[in-house]
Design a binder for this molecule. Structure first.
Ligand SMILES: O=C[C@H](O)COP(=O)(O)O
Length: 250
């Protein structure tokens, strides 16, 4: 069965109420192809507003969630709070959380399992730095990050997970991976899932690409057989560009 494409828009720490209005007006009024799922991830203060403005078929994601249920965790966001706002997606393991906020593979694994077990779908990010790629360690790094997630999950849990391959050297740099570079790693991730989880999970799991995706390069990337959509940063802040990316699967 063909996998539904997922196009995620990660606003990071950008945007305001007006951007919620602009992007929701554009996406709500567009006819999105069947077989394409769209999820937008505004900053936490705008999640409730976004959920009220975006049409129901467009998912809204948080950019982080705690692995703890509640309590003295100043600044954190709980899964129950997200569910209270009808937010049913979260991005976890983004390289900016790993690098700038010191989130380890284990921390991310615990966050992923807590979200999934409590009914929130996860876009789980993995990806190597340039130094890893140049040292021929791309798969070593990506597989280690995947294992940090897999170690906490049952095979059934993978139905609620989308893997985002985001090479760190391509994020926000304008240096997009070539379709061949992205396809190669996506194929390796799918093979890893087949051998470490199950062939059925490997076949069903969506593996999306992130890193300098824009309205001009998305169609070519989408033509690769193991690329099941995108996690878009900068270009998701521009309504027309993001809509073009949402339409990039022919
Ligand atoms: O989550 C999105 C990625 O970090 C990609 O960001 P970018 O499209 O601005 O390179």
């Amino acid at each position: 069965m063909p996998r539904t494409q997922l196009i995620g828009g990660n606003w990071k720490m950008n945007g305001d109420r007006n951007l919620v209005d602009v992007i929701s007006a554009t996406l709500n009024g567009a006819s999105l192809a069947s077989g394409v799922e769209v999820v937008v991830a505004p900053p936490a203060p705008y999640l409730a507003l976004a959920r009220s403005k975006f049409a129901g078929h467009i998912g809204v994601a948080a950019q982080n969630a705690s692995s703890e249920k509640s309590g003295a965790f100043t600044g954190e966001i709980s899964v129950d709070m997200l569910k209270d706002l009808s937010i049913n997606w979260v991005i976890l393991g983004h390289s900016e959380r790993r690098e700038l906020f010191g989130e380890s593979d284990d921390t991310i694994g615990r966050k992923v399992v807590f979200a999934v077990k409590n009914g929130i779908k996860v876009i789980a990010c993995v990806g190597e730095k340039l130094e890893h790629r140049e040292a021929g360690k791309t798969t070593e790094v990506v597989f280690r990050q995947l294992e940090g997630i897999r170690a906490h999950l049952t095979p059934e849990d993978w139905a609620h997970i989308v893997v985002a391959y985001e090479p760190v050297w391509a994020i926000g740099t304008g240096k997009v991976a070539t379709p061949q570079q992205a396809q190669e790693v996506h194929e390796q991730i799918r093979s890893w899932l087949a051998s470490h989880v199950s062939p059925a999970v490997a076949e069903a799991t969506r593996i999306i690409y992130g890193g300098s995706v824009n309205a001009k390069n998305s169609s070519t990337l989408q033509s690769e057989k193991d690329i099941d959509g995108f996690l878009v940063g900068g270009a998701s802040l521009k309504a027309d560009d993001f809509l073009t990316i949402c339409h990039s699967k022919i």
